[in-house]
Write a new protein. Structure first.
Length: 312
């Protein structure tokens, strides 16, 4: 597999072993707010966009939706290395960009300005940059482009679509919230619910209670996150994970809990919302990122200022 046409390795950052690390790839529009620049690109074309980026290369870009998440991930790395300086099981961040290397200088300078620990910048002029995810060992891909996300999911990489929004940077530790069905778990029960309604879904879950659910698109990422979390005691962990699901605890919670146990995935807190809006509980948790497959839930999260990523 050919390397992206230009990969810039960051000399100021300790390079990680991609076979051990939890590699997260983010696009420039997921990590920085490039909405004005993107508009310029769409209206005036690539050359005008490149000229603008070059003219402003020393002007840092404002933080985007995934910015606080990347900062929190960096904090976890610091804590891991404090307790074991030779640890290889770390987070590794790379930026995947459709910019040319010339217009990408502003991206590199912005990362440097904020002190972001990004190990590689990959500038890809191909239409489908997701073909390089597997060769870099990427376990999670965050993009502001829906086609990118769908392509990544088709390639078997955990991926989610980030919507640009104003984000208040929450404090550490790293807090990640997962929805259940069609995110951590497969969409089997969702499909029964669509076809047979709630009663049918409840009956199905009761009948299948002893059978673990299938894997959802973000299971692999959640498992690797759980593996890193196990390095710490629960009190001292710099990572907190949450399940916030529309399932009811009484009728449909048991199978979800049994599945997590079967997978060996420890979740700090689980909320079974029984169809109630998720916004209020998310406002309380203040996660760095919330993954859900329902656009109404994403909207609810955005309304309370929670950085959200949609799993289509």
């Amino acid at each position: 597999m050919a390397e992206p046409e230009s990969t810039v390795t960051n000399p100021n950052v300790k390079q990680k072993d991609p076979s051990k690390a939890l590699v997260i790839a983010v696009t420039t529009r997921a990590i920085f707010n490039l909405e004005e620049e993107h508009k310029l690109y769409l209206e005036k074309g690539k050359e005008e966009y490149t000229r603008h980026q070059q003219a402003n290369q020393d002007k840092p870009l404002p933080p985007g939706t995934a910015f606080a998440f990347i900062q929190a991930v960096q904090y976890v790395n610091e804590k891991i290395l404090e307790s074991n300086p030779s640890e290889k099981d770390l987070f590794d961040i790379l930026v995947l960009s459709n910019n040319s290397p010339e217009s990408g200088v502003r991206i590199i300078n912005s990362a440097k300005h904020y002190g972001l620990e990004i190990s590689k910048f990959c500038f890809v002029s191909n239409e489908d940059s997701t073909q390089y995810l597997k060769s870099h060992g990427v376990k999670l891909f965050l993009s502001a482009d829906r086609t990118d996300v769908c392509n990544a999911l088709r390639r078997g990489v955990s991926a989610a679509l980030v919507f640009q929004q104003e984000v208040q940077a929450p404090s550490t530790p790293l807090r990640v919230v997962f929805d259940g069905d069609a995110v951590l778990f497969s969409s089997e029960t969702d499909q029964i619910f669509q076809e047979q309604g709630l009663e049918g879904a409840v009956q199905y879950e009761r009948a299948m209670e002893a059978v673990p659910m299938g894997e959802g698109p973000l299971k692999a990422f959640a498992m690797h996150l759980g593996k890193i979390r196990k390095k710490f005691s629960q009190e001292k962990s710099p990572i907190r994970t949450y399940l916030v699901t529309a399932r009811s605890g009484r009728d449909m919670g048991i199978r979800a809990i049994k599945t997590l146990r079967e997978w060996g995935l420890a979740i700090d807190e689980a909320f079974f919302m029984d169809g109630a809006p998720k916004g209020p509980i998310l406002a309380q948790i203040q996660p760095h990122i919330f993954f859900d497959d329902g656009l109404h839930n994403i909207q609810g999260a955005q309304n309370v200022g929670v950085p959200s990523a949609w799993v289509p």
